[in-house]
Design a protein around this ligand. Structure first.
Ligand SMILES: Nc1ncnc2c1ncn2[C@@H]1O[C@H](COP(=O)(O)OP(=O)(O)O)[C@@H](O)[C@H]1O
Ligand SMILES: [Mg+2]
Length: 240
């Protein structure tokens, strides 16, 4: 049974349809990449999964139907969504932003344990706990955004363009983080413009074009697929 199973999902903004009959799945322990040119509908799909926008079709998480649930209920089920553009509270401190990801139901000891495990993954955040989030570098802000998602101790972590706008060194560091999370057994659904890097740390991948899934398969096959290479080589997107 898939951890996340998306079946025949469609979504629109007002009268404008954006997603058409999208089906994909993510198994427990997998990293699955979703790639596609700008405006293809990747963020819209992630938002539909998290209940941030309404959609038609069916969504199952661990066999349970989650379509139509409020976004906070979906978070409670164990889906953490790190949004495109980080979306931190820029006037609040690093520590305050991280704590926002902690469920209210857990004990203080458990909260401290989770915060410590975030510092273990991102040691530089520990030195910046009192710093206002808006004054961090882009890479540090992305660490806070991922840390906030991990504070949930999610069963599925969704990352939307985590490396967007970062320096090459920080891009590498984000992919190192993805690999560490993968190796720790975390299940990830990853949207990335760095297609090669993204495919290299994934087990499977899907290509989305104009709201349709056009290709799906083993990440290694996609990495060597001439059509995928022609479309995404060097990160320059052209129509497939
Ligand atoms: N809030 C919105 N209102 C109306 N149209 C939107 C909104 N967000 C995205 N769109 C449109 O939906 C399409 C898919 O966008 P998006 O899901 O952000 O694509 P991607 O993440 O693949 O770049 C685009 O045509 C975009 O202009
Ligand atoms: Mg997007």
């Amino acid at each position: 049974m898939a951890l996340l199973d998306i079946r025949n999902l469609s979504a629109a903004y007002g009268d404008v349809p954006v997603l058409f009959d999208v089906s994909l799945h993510v198994d427990e322990g997998e990293v699955v990449s979703l790639i596609g040119s700008n405006g293809a509908g990747k963020t819209t799909l992630l938002r539909a999964v998290s209940g941030l926008i309404s959609s038609q079709g069916e969504l199952f998480f661990s066999g349970e139907k989650i379509s139509g649930l409020d976004s906070h209920r979906i978070v409670e089920k164990g889906i953490a969504h790190v949004p495109e553009g980080r979306q931190l509270f820029s006037g609040m401190t690093v520590a305050e932003n991280l704590r926002l990801g902690l469920p209210r139901s857990i004990t203080k000891t458990e909260s401290l344990r989770r915060m410590e495990s975030i510092y273990e993954l991102f040691p530089r955040l520990k030195q910046r706990l009192g710093q206002i989030a808006g004054t961090l570098s882009g890479g540090e802000q992305q660490m806070v955004a991922i840390g906030r998602g991990l504070a949930l101790q999610p069963r599925l972590l969704i990352l939307d363009e985590p490396s967007l706008g970062l320096s090459p060194v920080m891009v590498q560091s984000i992919f190192e983080t993805v690999k560490k999370l993968r190796d720790s057994g975390m299940t990830l659904l990853l949207v990335e413009q760095n297609v090669t890097e993204s495919l290299k740390c994934s087990s499977r991948a899907y290509v989305m074009d104009a709201g349709h899934i056009t290709i799906g398969g083993a990440a290694n096959d996609l990495l060597h697929d001439p059509k995928v290479r022609a479309a995404f080589l060097g990160g320059n997107f052209v129509e497939i």
